[in-house]
Design a protein around this ligand. Structure first.
Ligand code: MN
Length: 245
């Protein structure tokens, strides 16, 4: 028995090794899980559920197969694939989670996020995020012809890649005070998110009292040459595991 968490796979047509890793993961690991959570940036880009390609068909078919083996699969949007909607998720047998979501993980009250909202020092990104998540703007964007949406996405990606190289690492990271704040606000003992590509399992003392390190903050890994998953077991054991087949 275990629950699996993954994020930041960044699937795209011109990186077939990621697709291979992901399909292998779905075949080998996912069918035995109690549940699978995909916490955002599953795809490198998403411009609408009508943008079906060979890649999206392959992925949705493989996920549906896992879902049909009675494994609940949940998807939380990331900053790259927040336009991924119910239509695609239905075809893949997945359920949509809002960011943030609280779950009961074998008795542990757990907060799930993509993680981008924790990077509060990146003011430019937070401004962009506010615009990008505006529902009216999203509706207008989705009305544009698919070819134009692809073009805009490519332009935005190039821009973001250029800015990323100028941003200091501490600015693009989750801020510890914000991590503590959201954990307090939601009264959770465990926080799991991705986005920053800095995998770690970190215990700390939330209340400043003397009862030791009482909460846990887990950051998932992105996928590159290897895949990576967080395995959580009913006995409270948590492991970040790399794999490459
Ligand atoms: Mn992200």
């Amino acid at each position: 028995m275990n629950t699996l968490f993954i994020s930041d796979i960044h699937l795209e047509a011109n990186k077939p090794h990621l697709t291979r890793l992901f399909l292998q993961f779905l075949a080998d690991e996912a069918p035995q899980a109690d549940a699978l959570y995909i916490l955002g940036d599953w795809f490198a880009a998403w411009v609408g559920d009508d943008d079906r390609t060979e890649l999206t068909e392959q992925i949705s078919a493989a996920l549906l197969k896992v879902a049909q083996q009675r494994v609940p699969i949940y998807f939380m949007p990331g900053n790259r694939d927040f336009l991924l909607g119910e239509k695609f998720l239905q075809s893949a047998g997945c359920r949509l989670l809002k960011d943030p979501t609280i779950i009961d993980l074998y008795g542990i009250r757990t907060l799930l996020m993509h993680g981008d909202t924790l990077c509060v020092d990146d003011k430019n990104y937070q401004r962009f995020r506010k615009l990008a998540r505006n529902s009216l703007l999203q509706k207008i964007f989705l009305l544009l012809p698919l070819s134009l949406r692809r073009l805009i996405a490519r332009f935005l990606r190039k821009q973001s890649q250029q800015t990323q190289t100028y941003i200091a690492p501490e600015i693009s990271n989750a801020k510890q005070t914000e991590v503590a704040r959201v954990m307090k606000e939601h009264q959770v003992n465990l926080l799991i998110h991705g986005h920053t590509h800095r995998p770690s399992i970190h215990y700390f003392n939330l209340n400043g009292n003397l009862d030791g390190n009482n909460v846990c903050h887990i950051v998932l890994s992105d996928w590159d040459k290897t895949g990576n998953m967080l395995i959580c077991q009913p006995d409270g054991l948590q492991r970040l595991v790399n794999f490459n087949k």
